[in-house]
Write a protein that binds this ligand. Structure first.
Ligand SMILES: [Zn+2]
Length: 204
């Protein structure tokens, strides 16, 4: 029986150590060793220590916090990096100068997929989709389209949709009385089915 252990911080250059008065058995193996390790890890954990599975894996509270802090910093740096990349892309797009060749390519594609200023784009095309398709900034597509073609969504397109919606509404209104009648008849049928005694009342 040994009376107590001393845990040493395994961080390079750290001299921190902590004694723990505990009766440990010498040369424990298997399940006993596991129980003992858990007991020590819990006791020292309560004092802010991290007890690892190997001699160098233990950490004093100060080194543990430093490690946590540095992993938080790493995550933050990564996030900032991503944000920077997005910003960089936008800035690069803004800095790109539209060449005559760019104009020609965008114009030709618009000519192909933009129907007219009443309908706008055909086949589900949008400024965004066209920009991605050609690999050019969306602002360029908008510029060329505004200058030479018309609005992104044609007025005709919207008007057509409103017209369709109105027609659908009037169709629904037209069949509404029949639906009510059908519902009334269904209720009657239900009554008949449930109770033969009701039949007389219903057909009176
Ligand atoms: Zn330490």
């Amino acid at each position: 029986m040994v009376h107590g252990i001393i845990a040493r911080c395994g961080a390079p250059g750290c001299e921190a150590e902590i004694p723990l008065p505990v009766n440990t058995m010498q040369n424990t193996r298997g399940a006993d060793a596991e129980v003992e390790w858990r007991f020590i890890a819990r006791k020292l954990g309560a004092k802010g220590w991290h007890v690892g599975r190997s001699r160098t894996a233990h950490r004093c509270p100060r080194c543990l916090n430093a490690a946590k802090f540095s992993s938080i910093r790493k995550a933050e740096a990564m996030q900032n990096g991503n944000a920077m990349n997005d910003k960089l892309k936008v800035e690069k797009d803004n800095m790109r100068v539209m060449t005559r060749e760019d104009r020609r390519i965008i114009f030709e594609k618009l000519n192909e997929v933009y129907l007219n200023d009443k309908v706008g784009y055909g086949d589900g095309w949008t400024d965004e989709k066209l920009a991605v398709d050609l690999g050019v900034p969306r602002a360029w597509v908008k510029l060329i389209r505004d200058e030479n073609f018309g609005d992104e969504v044609g007025n005709e397109n919207i008007r057509e949709q409103i017209k369709e919606a109105r027609e659908l509404m009037s169709q629904v209104k037209a069949i509404e009385p029949r639906v009510s009648e059908a519902q009334r008849l269904l209720a009657v049928a239900d009554k008949i089915e449930k109770s033969p005694a009701e039949i007389a009342k219903v057909f009176k």
